[in-house]
Write a protein that binds this ligand. Structure first.
Ligand code: SAH
Length: 358
């Protein structure tokens, strides 16, 4: 790991204005000798996705200047490469430049914009790389570079809105990284984007997906009961799950299911289990029956995902007939199930591949 880069980015965290909530901005502004009420105005401007301090037209020039003198900046990422699909999906490799704006340094992550009947959605990354090691996933192949800050996650949404010119009304934290391996900053992001003085996104329009970190699930049930939660399960039992997901050795299948069930009881909210269907690995009728027996009778929903085949990974996507059979078994057992629609097929590149190609 390049520690120079990590320490540099830490240094820039408190210079990136997008990381600040209104109270923190108020303290900052007060320290610069200005009135606290300016904080709300500045926060509003930042949430519009402006690129430079000078765009804050109702903020006195002297304050803009003293913020710049402090090295404060707006940390929107720069679009390094963009792929657009016929169905309107836009996949973007974003690079976060540090305060010095040197284009040769900084961190790259992927974000994807998608159009659905119910509105526009963005899938954002919470970390550059990942250390969870799932065997079918491209994002984890080079390990974790670093976690993103809440302001950087907000930057992904704002930069994507600028890029597409479209409103974004749903956010899913399902890109690169494990959100509960970066809990504090994911929590910061949710609070920032939900703030009515800023982007004002409803909590019900946010979804977080975890590979199954139980402490995170428990804490999330307490702190964000209105945010949707998805768990990547990908197997009907411990033995099989361990084969593709190393994290299962620490958070065992039965304990995970119990934590998920407790979550639904506590919050009254449904939980989604993601299940990437892999040819010859987890796509049999027996797997479907076993999964149904574990999820039957409570607020669980299964989302079957056709596997994205990743260069350098051995796994192949299951045949469509097997995916259909899997769905039918679950339905017959009374478990709610959907097959995820695949968007952006013609721009291939499963999550994590764009960054690796870079
Ligand atoms: N770390 C989080 C979120 C990121 S991945 C998590 O594990 O949930 C988002 C989803 O895509 C997860 O369900 C993940 O298991 C799945 N995924 C990863 N690689 C995939 C691939 N090659 N094909 C299909 N789904 C994949």
């Amino acid at each position: 790991m390049d520690t120079r880069q990590v320490s540099q980015s830490k240094e820039s965290d408190n210079k990136n204005l997008l990381n600040y909530n209104i109270d923190e901005l108020a303290c900052l502004i007060e320290a610069l000798g200005e009135k606290r009420f300016r904080a709300k105005q500045i926060f509003g401007w930042l949430s519009k996705g402006i690129n430079s301090l000078d765009e804050m037209r109702n903020i006195p020039k002297a304050l803009r200047q003293s913020m710049a003198d402090e090295g404060l900046y707006i940390g929107l990422p720069f679009a390094e490469s963009i792929q657009t699909s016929k169905d309107g999906t836009v996949k973007c490799l974003f690079r976060f430049l540090l305060a010095d704006k040197d284009p040769d340094t900084g961190t790259e992550v992927e974000s994807v914009f998608m159009k659905y009947e119910y509105g526009n959605s963005i899938c954002i990354s919470s970390q550059a790389g990942c250390r969870m090691g799932c065997k079918f996933c491209a994002s984890t192949m080079d390990g974790l570079e670093r976690s993103l800050t809440g302001g950087e996650m907000l930057g992904e949404v704002l930069a994507m809105r600028n890029l597409t010119g479209e409103e974004i009304n749903h956010v899913v934290i399902m890109g690169m990284g494990e959100p509960f391996d970066n809990y504090e900053e994911v929590a910061r992001f949710i609070r920032l984007i939900h703030d009515p003085a800023g982007y004002d996104l409803s909590l019900r329009n946010i979804t977080v997906s975890t590979c199954g970190i139980i402490e995170g699930i428990e804490r999330f049930a307490e702190e964000f009961p209105q945010v949707n939660l998805a768990i990547s399960l990908h197997a009907p039992n411990q033995e099989l799950r361990e084969k593709t997901m190393p994290v299962a050795r620490k958070y065992r299948f039965d304990e995970l299911i119990n934590a998920a069930r407790a979550y639904t009881e506590k919050t009254g909210r449904r939980i989604t289990f993601e299940y990437a269907v892999i040819d010859g690995v987890n796509d049999s009728k027996e797997c479907a029956r076993e999964l149904a027996s574990k999820l039957k009778g409570w607020l669980a929903h299964v989302n079957l995902i056709p596997l994205n085949e990743v260069d350098g990974r051995e796994y192949k996507k299951a045949q469509h007939s097997n995916v259909k059979r899997f769905k039918e078994v679950l339905e017959k057992e009374g478990v709610a199930v959907t097959i995820r629609r695949t968007l952006g097929n013609d721009i291939d590149a499963a999550c994590g591949q764009l960054r690796r190609r870079g």
